[in-house]
Design a protein around this ligand. Sequence first.
Ligand SMILES: Nc1ncnc2c1ncn2[C@@H]1O[C@H](COP(=O)(O)OP(=O)(O)OP(=O)(O)O)[C@@H](O)[C@H]1O
Ligand SMILES: [Mg+2]
Length: 374
Amino acid sequence: MGEIRESVLKQQLQKEMDEAKKLESRGKGKQAAVHYQNAANIYRRLAYIAPRDYAETFFSSASQYENLGNTLKTTTPYTRAESTEMIETMIISERPKIKWEEIGGLEEVKSTIKEAIVLPFINNKPDFVEAPKAILLYGPPGTGKTLLAKAATNTLEATFFEARTSTLLSKYFGESSKIISMLFSKAKEKQPSVIFMDEFDSIMVSRDRDLNESTRRVVGQLLQEIEGFASKVEDKIILIAATNKPWDLDDAMISRFQRKIYVPLPDQEARKAIIEIHIKGVTLEGITINSLSERTEGFSGRDIANLCREAVMTMIREKNPKLEELTSGQIEKYTMSYRPLKEKDFKKAFEKIRPSVEPDSIKKYSEWGKQMGM
Ligand SMILES: Nc1ncnc2c1ncn2[C@@H]1O[C@H](COP(=O)(O)OP(=O)(O)OP(=O)(O)O)[C@@H](O)[C@H]1O
Ligand SMILES: [Mg+2]
């Protein structure tokens, strides 16, 4: 008797779950919620008739689907038009203006990227030439990953999608995977395309335990999409992702990237190049780029940019002490005074700007790289 009842309930459960998932995948969250809550009720009934060992699992499934139902109910999914609009905003019609020359150092990284991004777009190439479709840039914060990705897209005559991970991770349960699949089909429609996903690690992280399910689905969808275009030579789509927390990515995701490129902290030569870029147009007096490059050991490109900015502003404040008192009528006519940058400007700047990357964390990157066989 009990067994028959149990099997009937399980059948009903299956029906409710199938229906819920089907509706949810079509973005009909509110309707899906009803079926998830029916499923929760069935789980609860199963729990009452099940042996003790199983009861607990059934109860926990019941509350899981109850919660899922509640979440779906209280969030209003985007309409199709809204989702389409969202994808449209990811298409950057104005190309990023970053040029390769504006990125100091990283010569090897730059040529690897330059080479990697042209290969998939060459039609006539022998079969044995591997053309990476997915490239992962990883390394400490502020080392130029975003700059590199932008310069890369600047080189190509392609439609450029900047897919913000925060946009992809829609706060509405169940919407993210839909947005991802729309993004990739748009990229296919508009190919050749480059999809840039910055802060890629955040796609794997669930801030909320309830969102685990959603995160898993997003990752699954993304894996499937990458697999889709990566295996088709004729699809002229490449994905460039950047992260400073590569260890947060799961193995299946990492394996989809045929090229993983480490973007390190700048060495002294690179620091020289970066300083030159950031004090372009400024004269130095009694101080050299060489000495500055020696004193900035451990600084990231971003730290160096901040340091130079701070030194310039120290000089500007000294030469223009009344700057903040200018009235709106005076601003337009005001001529700014300046002088060459001196040691005292940098001394002040060094007091304010310290290296932002912990030396210990550098080890973490190389260990991760080794683990990945790089
Ligand atoms: N190699 C570099 N040459 C010139 N400027 C650089 C370089 N690296 C970093 N910078 C400066 O630092 C800023 C931040 O760089 P970028 O956004 O590319 O860092 P990131 O590696 O993407 O950092 P995060 O991991 O925090 O996203 C740039 O806008 C630029 O001013
Ligand atoms: Mg970045």
